[in-house]
Ligand binder design. Sequence first.
Ligand code: PMV
Length: 334
Amino acid sequence: MRSARAIAHSNIALVKYWGKRAAVAGQTDDLNLPAVGSLSMTLDSLRSETQVGPSPADVFTLNGEAIEGGMATKVFRHLDRIWTARGEKGARPPCAVDSINHLPTSAGLASSASGFAALTLAGAGALELEASTATLSALARRGSGSASRSLWGGFVRLDRGELADGSDCVARQLFPADYWDVRLLVVHTARGKKAVGSTAGMEESRATSPYFDAWVATSEADLAAGEAALAARDLATLGAVMEQSMFKMHACMLATRPPILYWNGVTLEVLRALWEARQAGIEGYGTSDAGPHVKVLCASETAPKLEALLRGVPGVLAVDTVRPGPDAQVEVSP
Ligand code: PMV
């Protein structure tokens, strides 16, 4: 076994993923197959750095703090998947995993995307799994659906696929980071972690939300429209698709029993301020994930004006302006 260090950047879905495909009888649901495809932008400054190396026993530290159970269990289960992907039947060698999130953890800011992408790359490097980026992306998906998109920079699409073995559920880069000079403004509206994790929330939505089937049925058209707008660098069309995809996802969440409400009052005030700004000719489009923060897509030249305006919304804690980010990277040492 070797030591490897990886950096992966977070991503935000412009066309959203929410919900997993029901597991096929006789198959483990460990494949983590999404019910819908998605389209994302990788983010420059929000990233995870993960080091995996040999150790007398499995140990996991996150931002310098030793973690046991919960997230640590998920991390080591993921390294087991990488070991199994080598064709190994026996026990995996014990590993030390040291991870730093340059973004808030579990706050709806896609730390699982960058975290599992970095863990997959560093784990494969350390456990000496030779695999293509597409294969590593499929492995990352089994840790967290959104992580499969964080292997690449720029703009990335994850296909839903149809096959039960997940072999056609693949992510790929549509355009690199320098394709379009846009910005994503990350508008922070609260501190702390989200109440409902996305894995549990998605299962509850699939099982109980009367809007889940409509969400799935309309998502493929959103994906096609989003990709076409991106290919044309058409911000207004992409923005409209983006906002509707986000509102449909949150409507599906809200109609879940018990309801899943990630927003707070400030989330809504920010969305309203954004619409008012648009009417006044300052163009930006909003999205939000499994948390109360709002992310706004806009042209680079609009970003300073919009950032100042959104900072002024009562309750907004901070606004970060982020560029499209690069591919994930790994360095392996003997
Ligand atoms: O794959 P997860 O568990 O990180 O879930 C991602 C879900 C959303 O962030 C709400 C949407 C998305 O496509 O990233």
